[in-house]
Design a protein around this ligand. Sequence first.
Ligand SMILES: C[S@@+](CC[C@H](N)C(=O)[O-])C[C@H]1O[C@@H](n2cnc3c(N)ncnc32)[C@H](O)[C@@H]1O
Length: 216
Amino acid sequence: MNNAYELAVAHCRVPDAYSADGFRLNYPRRAQFVRAYSWAIPNAAAIQALVVLSPLIEIGAGTGYWAKLVADAGGVIVAFDVVPPGSKLPLGYRQRCLHYPVFIGDHEKLRAHPDRALFLCWPPYNDPMAANCLREFSGVRFAYVGEWDGGCCGGEDFWDLVGEGWDVEYEIALEQWDGMHDAFYILLRRSAPRVRIDHGTSWHEWAEALQERNPT
Ligand SMILES: C[S@@+](CC[C@H](N)C(=O)[O-])C[C@H]1O[C@@H](n2cnc3c(N)ncnc32)[C@H](O)[C@@H]1O
């Protein structure tokens, strides 16, 4: 059950968010949510799309909240993070809760799971982690949640790699905290055969088309 969704929707927008008062109200709410759940607000459509892409390997999974929702919805997912919450390692990201088994590991874990689609959610900003994952990943589709190029996710190398070799196949809008510009994306390797997506295609139409014409 996605308790975080209702919680976030009730709190993610404040009046005059860009004023000093708005910021003072919004920032701690978001920080609490991030520590307990995720940098992004998962919704049912995004979770269903991940289930369609599964089996998955998530790198940088934090609390494992997205992974838990995917598993609850019938998907298969293994989650890794260099500093899972509760590990004895220094806490770089200050997340406190653990909702799903998150094992210690980085992009190198992709080698042991070549049959799984990659999932990245808010990969660290200005950091090689996301690019390393993409270089290691050999599949044709990966799921990405975060801000787009120019935002606060991933490093320049990652966005160069995306620009050179990947296209957005499907996008799902997420609820956003004030000031955030994140969304859910499925990216398709440019050399791979594509599923025709029309504007307004629902996630289940996309999923059907994907399964019929273009298995992962
Ligand atoms: C901004 S947080 C996002 C966490 C989680 N995906 C979420 O949405 O709540 C970035 C996460 O990436 C992890 N991370 C940083 N560098 C990593 C690496 N090289 N390999 C795996 N995880 C890494 C951090 O420990 C942190 O949990």
